[in-house]
Design a protein around this ligand. Structure first.
Ligand SMILES: C[C@H](O)[C@H](O)[C@@H](O)C(=O)CO
Ligand SMILES: [Mn+2]
Length: 418
């Protein structure tokens, strides 16, 4: 247990150090309090959901590991999410996939899902101070195959169009219920293992499907479209590539989702933020950690993540960027995985909010490039950790590593007994 008086002392020193470079720590703390993450429900159960159809995970994604204790029922999933939330400072959102509906043990196919299947989620979220976001689910279904919304087969394509339309309606109802727009993400795995004979054909079909899906206007939900470099088993061609969705988003005023695992490994996601902000309405993020490929490792505080957070703050775009998480690791304690990734993301934003931006901009205006580089370097070792600790203390969540023992206790008492 870290002594509270030490946290206060370190914080006072940090206030002074940051003031010397023109940064108001109290304002940074205040801004930090307003940042909500959208926690992905699927870390708790390895993207299984509650359809009870016995479908294994398919559609270009894969979870590795078999750590004991995954959530198997809606009650277990909710309990695990609340547990994770208790170690994450601030107020947050929860991101549901369609397969997590409250189906009460009945088989409800994807083209028959209705808002009523998410009523209990809406009530639960309200009681537990979450706002909900939503995703259509095109994977792990007998009709998933290699092509869903881009499928030339009318029956299969119309099935998925119907599913996605229904998901928009569910999102609209969620948004209305919570009096805050529900962000609905659309990601499909459609693609091909080998080079197709005609790439354009499938992209034309996808464009038409999307136009049909988006023909209804809603007020309480926002549409986001997520590209991917490739899915597993679909390595040569992805119908919904970044260029495709960027073009569609700009033309049709849709929000592009940037999943940080969905690009070439040396591509900077941070650099995309300012361009997207100019030409699309808002940005949805899926913060992930690719290791050699889109491996969805637990998010940690990497330079890439810091760059991304800094870019959002420097663009003054917190009100236009939605911060969702997207990773799944079944090799370690799943609640711990939530906490590590969420806190890492928050730490990146904490550091970004403490950046001496005004002074850096001043140096740049005056063409003082040595001074700019020197300050960028020195800022890296300013005592941001003391401000982060204070943020945790103020939010009544464990400071530093003290959550480790608590996660272990929950494993011993709850998840380990499943
Ligand atoms: C389960 C998610 O929807 C999925 O991870 C998607 O967002 C994605 O990133 C697929 O690679
Ligand atoms: Mn994603």
């Amino acid at each position: 247990m870290i002594k509270e008086s030490l946290i206060h002392q370190a914080f006072e020193v940090a206030v002074e150090r940051y003031a010397a470079v023109g940064v108001d720590v109290h304002k940074a703390l205040n801004d930090m309090q307003k940042i909500s993450l959208s926690l992905h429900c699927w870390q708790a159960d390895d993207v299984s959901g509650f359809e009870n159809q016995g479908n294994s995970l398919s559609g270009g994604i894969q979870v590795t590991g078999n750590y004991p204790g995954r959530a198997r029922t809606i009650d277990q999933l909710r309990a695990d999410i609340l547990k994770a939330k208790s170690y994450i400072p601030g107020r947050h959102r929860l991101n549901l996939h369609e397969i997590y509906g409250d189906f009460q043990g009945k088989k409800v196919d994807r083209d028959a899902v209705e808002p009523k299947h998410f009523e209990s989620w809406m009530q639960w979220a309200k009681v537990n101070d979450f706002k909900l976001d939503f995703n259509s689910t095109s994977f792990s279904h007998p009709k998933s195959g290699d092509l869903t919304l881009a499928n030339p087969n009318d029956e299969i394509r119309n099935f998925w169009i119907e599913h996605t339309k229904r998901c928009r309606l569910i999102s609209e109802e969620m948004g209305k219920y919570q009096n805050d727009p529900c962000m609905m993400n659309l990601w499909i795995h459609d693609g091909s293992k080998e080079v197709p004979a005609n790439r354009l054909r499938y992209r034309c079909i996808l464009e038409q499907s999307l136009d049909d899906i988006y023909s209804a206007d809603y007020k309480n939900m926002k549409d986001c479209i997520e590209a991917k470099l490739f899915g597993i088993g679909l390595e040569n061609y992805t119908v919904g590539s970044y260029d495709f969705y960027l073009g569609y988003g700009v033309k049709k005023n849709k929000i592009v989702t940037l999943d940080t695992g969905h690009f070439h490994l040396t591509e900077s996601i941070a650099d995309k933020v300012s361009s997207l902000l100019l030409f699309t309405p808002e940005i949805m993020l899926h913060v992930s950690r690719p290791v050699r490929w889109d491996s969805d490792h637990v998010v940690t505080l990497t330079d890439d993540l810091l760059d991304l957070a800094r870019e959002i703050i420097r663009c003054n775009a917190l009100d236009r960027v939605h911060i969702g998480l997207d990773y799944f690791d079944a090799t370690i304690n799943r609640i711990g995985a939530y906490v590590i990734g969420s806190r890492a993301t928050q730490k990146a934003f904490m550091q970004a909010l403490l950046d001496p931006i005004r002074l850096l901009c001043q140096y740049e205006d005056e063409s003082k490039y040595f001074e700019r580089l020197a300050l960028q370097e020195e800022a890296k070792s300013l005592p941001w950790g003391a401000v982060w600790d204070m943020f945790c203390l103020q939010n009544d969540v464990p400071v530093g590593e003290s959550y480790i023992n608590e996660v272990e206790r929950y494993e011993k008492e709850v998840t380990g007994k499943r």
